[in-house]
Design a protein. Structure first.
Length: 198
């Protein structure tokens, strides 16, 4: 499996991205060493795509597949893409405050701690639907790991499209998010422009 080994804060600097969007509250004190050249139109489009991939932890091929699927759906392609990325199970766990970062959420899912509608799911890219009930398996709920996580994420607000009972580690998807409810700093129209050239 491909792994991105670039240090997170360095990658945030190069993409001009605040690490808090990744659930990381560190700040990098270093300034980017490169002279800020004016980005070309293509450069700006590429940077938005890289930013979306980096925030959601999606590699190129799956990202392209999401885009193709978003194109076939009704409505605006860019909005469909963002809603799909936001509906990934690893992102939902992160949004509910059950993981400090999306990377940690993926690990929790890989370790088979998560149930969706009563069934174990170990696929981080699983797309949730409105009405889905998500919970941590009973045997894992008492583990110290979740106490530590909730101590850090306790103050994090849960988006309106989700409910999260942090005491019992159980929550549900009220509805799929609208683009206005997704707070990531990505201009999806530039991604659409980039892919429509191909």
């Amino acid at each position: 499996m491909a792994v991105d080994r670039v240090p997170v804060l360095k990658r945030c600097r190069s993409l001009d991205l605040d690490p808090t969007y990744l659930g990381i509250d560190k700040k990098s004190n270093r300034k980017s060493q490169r002279q800020q050249r004016k980005l070309s139109e293509y450069g700006m489009q590429l940077r938005e795509k890289q930013k979306a991939k980096f925030i959601y932890g999606v590699l190129e091929k799956p990202f392209r597949n999401y885009y193709a699927k978003a194109e076939r759906m009704e409505g605006m392609t860019g909005e469909n893409l963002m809603v799909m990325l936001e509906s990934r199970l690893d992102n939902v766990l992160f949004r509910m405050g059950w993981a400090r970062t999306r990377k940690e959420a993926r690990q929790i899912i890989d370790h088979k701690h998560v149930k969706v509608n009563g069934h174990g799911v170990n696929i981080p890219s699983y797309l949730v639907k409105a009405g889905d009930v998500i919970e941590i398996k009973e045997k894992n709920k008492a583990s110290q790991r979740y106490k530590d996580i909730l101590e850090i994420t306790g103050a994090r607000s849960v988006p309106e499209w989700l409910t999260s009972d942090k005491e019992n580690l159980k929550g549900s998807v009220v509805e799929l998010p609208k683009r206005t409810a997704i707070d990531v700093p990505v201009d999806e129209m530039l991604i659409v422009e980039l892919y429509s050239k191909n």
